[in-house]
Design a protein around this ligand. Structure first.
Ligand SMILES: [Fe+2]
Ligand SMILES: [Fe+2]
Length: 367
């Protein structure tokens, strides 16, 4: 019997998170030395290293010095009783298996102990075989709990790894889309990269959370993705666009939003940037005419960055080579409140003044 139990105990204690010793450790807590010694002998015979204590305080000191996998504790004890000890153990050593030992008449207390987290209780007087059987069962339950937790942790890690893979695939798909547009319209490449950097500087200046800053960085790169649906002869037209051509170009926000909606499920900021980056604070923008704070912040940020780049780089259908930095910042300030969010404009101006961002040069990728 003992040999079998020793095997079971060792197996059950194999998942001991208390680390260190391969030998399972047990703490026997009872104020009656005679009863305590009986339990100590049983546990030693079954392969445990055994510590003893005669009340709750001593038990906690023992646990502090040598954490045990299993604690057998009497309930009625002087100074600190088993119930108070159990509560403390649950907080400080939640993985320890606790078995309560109740004297006659305090069975109700023992049952209460189960609701606080004891795994079982024994009633005095007890047979040693019964003690052994109950301990085996308690350790087995503890092993299952720990195994289950380990399984959950592994599952969570797997889910996280899967989420990372999905995000990488998404970014790969989006990247391919961006490259397809850039092949069709080389101007967009330099523009998107610059808008992304300007918008990121604004988002950082506004101290937005890291996930929103990441969305703004990617959103800047993708904001004009819908231009993939704009006719090539219009995209590459060197002269000023007609009204109809301009209207056609301005479908790129909804076209881009539709394309990305099919790919993006959990990044609303990205979709907002693509759809709302041509909205205006006064509600006179496109495509929905939303105004003020109803325009998502990430889109208000990209709007400032986008317009600034358009001013300073000079679009190919405009003859001018672009405004100088002071002139462009002045223009942003002039339009703050009507076209742009004043906070985003201020953040951008601050970013320039503090050197967080500099005017990015236009690179003619067609050469
Ligand atoms: Fe745009
Ligand atoms: Fe743009």
């Amino acid at each position: 019997m003992t040999a079998i139990l020793t095997h079971d105990f060792a197996a059950s204690a194999g998942l001991d998170p208390f680390a260190g010793s391969a030998v399972p450790r047990c703490l026997v807590v009872d104020d009656e030395p005679r009863l305590r010694q009986i339990l100590v002998r049983v546990m030693r015979a079954d392969g445990f290293v055994v510590d003893e204590a005669s009340n709750g305080f001593e038990a906690l000191a023992q646990m502090q010095a040598h954490p045990s996998t299993l604690i057998l504790t009497d309930i009625e004890m002087p100074q600190m009783d088993g119930f108070a000890l159990l509560r403390e153990l649950r907080v400080r050593w939640p993985d320890a298996a606790v078995m309560m030992i109740s004297g006659n008449g305090d069975v109700q207390t023992a049952v209460s102990c189960l609701s606080v987290g004891a795994l079982d209780y024994l009633t005095k007087p007890f047979h040693l075989d019964e003690v052994r059987a109950r301990i085996t069962s308690v350790l087995e339950r503890r092993r299952l709990v720990l195994e289950n937790r380990e399984y959950q942790t592994r599952l969570e890690q797997k889910v996280q790894a899967q989420a990372r893979r999905i995000e990488q695939q998404f970014l790969g798909g989006v990247q391919a889309l961006a490259e397809a547009l850039e092949a069709k319209d080389p101007y967009t490449h330099g523009h998107s990269v610059r808008v992304s950097q300007y918008a990121t500087a604004i988002a950082r200046r506004l101290e937005l959370p890291p996930n929103v800053i990441r969305a703004v960085t990617l959103g800047g790169r993708l904001h004009d993705i819908g231009k993939i649906g704009v006719r090539e002869e219009i995209l590459s037209k060197p002269a000023r666009l007609t009204t109809d051509e301009y209207a056609h170009v301005m479908t790129h926000m909804t076209v881009g939003w539709k394309i990305l909606s099919a790919m993006v499920v959990d990044q609303p900021e990205l979709l907002n940037i693509v759809r709302y980056h041509h909205e205006r604070m006064d509600g006179a923008g496109l495509p929905d005419g939303v105004k003020g704070a109803d325009i998502p912040l990430e889109a208000r940020i990209v709007s400032v960055a986008d317009s600034f780049d358009a001013m300073t780089s000079g679009r190919r259908y405009r003859d001018d080579g672009g405004k100088q930095l002071p002139e462009a910042l002045k223009e942003l300030r002039r339009c703050a409140g009507t076209q742009f969010d004043p906070d985003c404009v201020n953040a951008f101006v601050d970013a320039f003044q503090s050197g967080d961002v500099t005017l990015l040069a236009r690179v003619d990728l067609q050469q």
